[in-house]
Design a protein. Sequence first.
Length: 227
Amino acid sequence: MGQTLVSANHTTSSPTALPAHAVRSRGAATIERALNVVADILDEGGEASLRLADVSRRSGVSIGSLYHHFESREGLIRAARERQFIESLPTDAEDVANLLATSATPEEFLERLERIIRETQTPERAAARLRRVELIGAAASRPELLASISGTQTMVLDVGESLGTAFRDRGWLRDGIEPRSLSLFVQAITLGRVLGDLDQRGLDMDAWVRLLTAAVAGLLKVDPRAA
């Protein structure tokens, strides 16, 4: 019995018996390495160039592990595309929320908002905008990827709707404007900028920002002289 107890204790303390959180951590690291490599390959040569053997060689993740985590080559591509879509999304909602919380009047908010509007429209974000359009197009014939992207986009609109509701609760939003419609309007402006990115004649950023600021002013209960 003594020998059995020692043997059992030895087995329990074996380095291969990892705690559950360590196993999950290893799994997350494996997925991260694989997706980083898949994203690089997709950028280098598109989906047609992606081979599981290349992913395995470049990431150090065995083909067996790739199948375990992603089930198939298509599942691997879908996971990478889902992550790329998330990374392509604008991240200015927190800045707008902070601006709302620290502005005493809609006029003050509008004046300070111009900086954020300019940042969302900058040419430096052109690649992210174009990537977002590309990924939406790639999802058109892939129901599972489209469902995932739709879920992510719905959450983005949810955040915008919450901000719109905050504006309404403060009495700053014009009557008849529904918060979720406001959220969609802002998203459309952000993504629609990609058409300006394609304009070979270029875009007058100052004129564009003035137009957007005036459009936002029309949605808020501001003194017309401040707009």
